[in-house]
Ligand binder design. Structure first.
Ligand SMILES: NC(=O)c1ccc[n+]([C@@H]2O[C@H](COP(=O)([O-])OP(=O)(O)OC[C@H]3O[C@@H](n4cnc5c(N)ncnc54)[C@H](O)[C@@H]3O)[C@@H](O)[C@H]2O)c1
Length: 330
């Protein structure tokens, strides 16, 4: 967005990463210490795109320095960290937006409007999937539980669960039951389609399933995998309401479908008026800049993102205890 935004600084502890970013913003200053750019009064906003382990401190420091923040997803490693960011967000008058771009797809914007119109009635169930047959990221630290906080659940399950809660209107999650498996990702004999990685260092789950209860009686079942023996790689959600059901999946051409009953006949509907969006990442950044310029409230708050971290805490704990666990929101 060169007409609206000037990239003043690039920060990375790895010189080679800085050099690569400099190709896109050759006039930017560079540093390995993010405090340098926080100390620059000309900087209005920062984008935090470090690994999950390095979201908390930069987020707190950026808000304390009076900067607007676009923070990558998941908000933090766990609910405890996320709640600290929420407390800082609530004290600040700056925009804090979390990087959940799936909400900014034309499909999500369409369906949210459709639900808001009342056309689906009361939403009582969601089935949400971010499943990969063979999709362990071969770069970064995505297989390292200590640096990521978890595996596919926290990395890609987080996107579809965010989409689902956005569509459901963010009902309050109260408890969750989960199971995780770690059998395929560490097996050196299996194919991986997303690059090579050291199988001995795979410390996250291959797959997680969860059952989440909300205070309004609604339920969501979530499935997420980096590796599973399935046909496709579904990424999306199915939402059931009393008047209609709907699904958004991003792996086939019919991305939004609506299932309803009219005059005692069944209809499968494909909407034709999906808003056009260049890419959801672009739309997310445009929304961030627009929100700052208009002084409007954040479209993806830290509190909404904290709910996801807190749900995952309960799911991971339940996977250990074998019991349904309470979700801590404060
Ligand atoms: N929204 C999305 O679609 C999406 C996609 C990919 C990644 N992500 C998120 O972005 C984040 C980063 O993922 P990635 O794939 O780019 O990881 P990556 O490992 O490729 O890049 C992270 C960079 O952060 C740098 N870094 C680490 N600690 C630092 C510090 N203290 N100060 C400055 N730089 C530091 C690393 O050197 C590295 O270059 C993660 O939170 C991930 O979940 C989001």
């Amino acid at each position: 967005m060169p007409d609206e935004v000037e990239i003043k600084w690039l920060c990375d502890i790895k010189p080679e990463a800085l050099a690569e970013s400099l190709r896109m913003a050759p006039d930017a200053k560079t540093t390995a210490d993010y405090h340098d750019l926080l100390n620059d009064p000309e900087v209005d906003a920062v984008s935090i795109c470090t690994p999950n382990l390095m979201h908390l401190q930069p987020a707190l420091d950026a808000l304390a320095a009076g900067k607007h923040v676009l923070c990558e997803k998941p908000l933090a490693m766990n609910g405890h960290e996320a709640r600290q960011i929420v407390a800082a967000e609530q004290k600040s008058d700056k925009v804090f937006q979390v990087g959940f771009q799936t909400r900014f797809t034309g499909e999500a914007q369409f369906l949210r409007k459709y639900i808001d119109s009342g056309a689906m009635g009361d939403i009582y169930y969601a089935r949400t999937q971010a499943l990969r047959r063979r999709g362990v990221p071969g770069w970064g630290v995505f297989i390292d539980k200590e640096k990521q906080g978890g595996g596919p659940l926290i990395d890609i399950g987080v996107h579809v669960l965010d989409l689902t809660l956005f569509l459901m209107g963010h009902p309050e999650p109260v408890s969750a039951s989960g199971v995780t498996w770690n059998m395929l990702g560490k097996n050196p004999d299996l194919y991986n389609g997303w690059g090579d990685y050291d199988r001995t260092k795979f410390t996250v789950e291959d797959m997680a399933v969860g059952f989440i209860r909300f205070a309004n009686g609604a339920v969501c079942v979530l499935e997420s995998s980096f590796m599973a023996n399935i046909k496709d790689d579904p990424f999306g959600t199915t939402i059931l309401g009393t008047e209609a059901g709907a699904e958004i999946f991003f792996y086939n051409d019919q991305r939004v479908r609506i299932y309803r009953d009219d005059n005692k006949e069944l209809f499968d509907l494909t909407p034709r008026s999906i808003p056009e969006v260049k890419t959801s990442h672009v739309a997310e950044v445009q929304a961030f800049v627009k929100t700052i310029k208009e002084g409007a409230p954040s479209l993806v708050t830290a509190r909404q993102a904290m709910m996801l971290n807190s749900i995952f805490d309960a799911l991971y704990k339940s996977a250990e205890t074998g019991k349904e666990e309470a979700i801590q929101l404060v």
